[in-house]
Ligand binder design. Structure first.
Ligand code: PLP
Length: 339
C-alpha cells in the first residue's frame, strides 16, 4: 500500500511496455504518465519549485508564472495548490482543452496567447507576455523551464538512474525534445558516467530545435519555435525528425493494441522504430520515454474531425491501420527480453 499526503509524493517510476510485437525491435517504453499530473513534467516542476524555495526566490505570497503547452502547467497547478502559491499559466491555442480545464479546476489562471510573435512564433509571444507580467509585479516568480538547469537536473537525478538500474546493458535511449530538459538530464547522466549509451533525440518536423525549418506543428509537447537554451548538442549522438502524420499513425497503432498514449509518445516511438530499422539493431537493447498518456488528446489526435481538419482524409486510411495491425500480430513474440 502507498499512502501519501502531498500529490507530488506519488510517481510510478518502474513501468515499461515491451514494444517488440509492435515495432519489431527490443524497444522498452518507459511510462511517465502515472502520477497526479499525468506526465513526466511533474518531475521538472517539483525540482524547479523546490530549488526556488531553497534559494529564497519563491516564498509565501509569491505567484508562479510559466509558459507551458499544458503538461508543465498542470504539474505546477498541482504543486501550487498543494503548497498555497498562486499560479498563472501562459499558453497558446495548441494547449489541450482538458489540460486547461484541469489547471483551472486546480485553482490556476490560464492565459491563452492567440497570435504568434512576428519572428519567434507562439512561444516567443508567450515568453514576451510572461516577461511583461514579471516586470509589472514583483510577486511573480518565473521558473523559466526553457533555461532552468533544475529542469534537466530532475531527470539526471530520477529518470536516467531509474533506467540505468533496470537496463544495465542499455545501448540506445530515445528521448523526445521539447525544452530538452528530459533529453539533457538523461544525456548528461549517461555521458558523465561514461556509459556507452547512444542518446537519440526525437523531434517533430517544423521544430527549429536542431536547426530545422520552422513550420506548422499542431501536437503539443515536442518541438520549439525558439531554440531551447538548455540544449547542448555535444551530448546528443543522433537526431530523428518525425512528421506529425507519422506521430498520429503511431499513436493509433498503439491505441489499437490497448495502449492510449499522448502525442509525443507517438513521435518518439515512430522515430525510434525508424532509427532501429535503419541501424543494425539485432542485438541492441533500447529504451524510449513516453511522457504522458492519451486521455488529454481525445479531442485532437484521437478525434476524427480534428484529424480531418488538419491532416485531411488519408492520415488514418483504414487499410494502413489494418495492414499495420496484421503485421504487428505476425511478429514473433517468443524471444525473451534482451536486457
Ligand atoms: C507531452 C510532452 N512530451 C514531451 C515533452 C518534452 O519534454 P522536455 O520539455 O523535457 O523536453 C513535454 C514537455 O512539456 C510534454 O508535455
Amino acid at each position: 500500500m502507498t499512502v501519501i499526503s502531498a500529490p507530488v509524493d506519488f510517481n510510478e517510476e518502474e513501468l515499461y511496455v515491451d514494444l517488440r510485437s509492435i515495432v519489431g525491435h527490443a524497444l522498452f517504453l518507459k511510462c511517465e504518465g502515472f502520477n497526479f499530473a499525468g506526465s513526466i513534467k511533474l518531475k521538472a516542476a517539483r525540482e524547479m519549485v523546490e530549488a526556488a524555495e531553497w534559494s529564497g526566490d519563491l516564498k509565501p505570497g509569491s505567484i508562479l508564472i510559466e509558459s507551458s503547452s499544458g503538461n508543465l502547467g498542470v504539474a505546477l497547478s498541482i504543486i501550487a495548490a498543494s503548497k498555497g502559491y498562486g499560479f498563472v499559466c501562459v499558453t497558446d491555442v495548441r494547449c489541450n482543452v482538458s489540460a486547461r480545464r484541469a489547471m483551472e479546476a486546480l485553482g490556476s489562471q490560464v492565459h491563452v496567447i492567440p497570435q504568434p510573435a512576428t519572428n519567434d512564433g507562439l512561444l516567443g509571444a508567450r515568453i514576451a507576455y510572461v516577461r511583461a507580467l514579471c516586470a509589472a509585479d514583483e510577486r511573480y516568480v518565473w521558473l523559466n523551464q526553457y533555461a532552468n538547469a533544475d529542469n534537466w537536473r530532475a531527470h539526471s537525478r530520477t529518470t536516467a538512474p531509474a533506467i540505468a538500474r533496470h537496463f544495465p546493458g542499455l545501448d540506445v535511449l530515445f528521448v523526445g525534445a521539447g525544452t530538452t530538459g528530459t533529453l539533457m538530464g538523461c544525456a548528461r547522466y549517461f555521458k558523465e558516467l561514461r556509459r556507452r549509451v547512444r542518446i537519440v533525440a526525437v523531434d517533430s518536423v517544423g521544430s527549429v530545435t536542431f536547426g530545422g525549418e520552422s513550420g506548422r506543428r499542431m501536437i503539443p509537447g515536442l518541438g520549439t519555435s525558439v531554440r531551447p537554451a538548455l540544449l547542448n548538442e555535444a551530448y546528443v549522438d543522433d537526431v530523428v525528425v518525425v512528421e506529425e502524420t507519422d506521430t498520429i499513425r503511431t499513436c493509433h497503432r498503439l491505441a489499437r493494441r490497448g495502449f492510449l498514449f499522448g502525442g509525443s509518445t507517438g513521435t518518439v516511438v515512430s522515430g525510434a522504430g525508424r532509427w532501429l530499422d535503419e541501424h543494425d539493431a539485432h542485438d541492441l537493447t533500447a529504451v524510449a520515454i513516453a511522457p504522458d498518456l492519451g486521455d488529454r488528446y481525445l479531442d485532437t489526435i484521437y478525434h476524427p474531425k480534428w484529424l480531418h481538419e488538419f491532416y485531411g482524409d488519408d492520415v488514418l486510411a483504414t487499410d494502413d491501420l489494418t495492414g499495420d495491425l496484421e503485421r504487428d500480430l505476425s511478429v514473433n513474440h517468443s524471444d525473451s527480453p534482451a536486457r
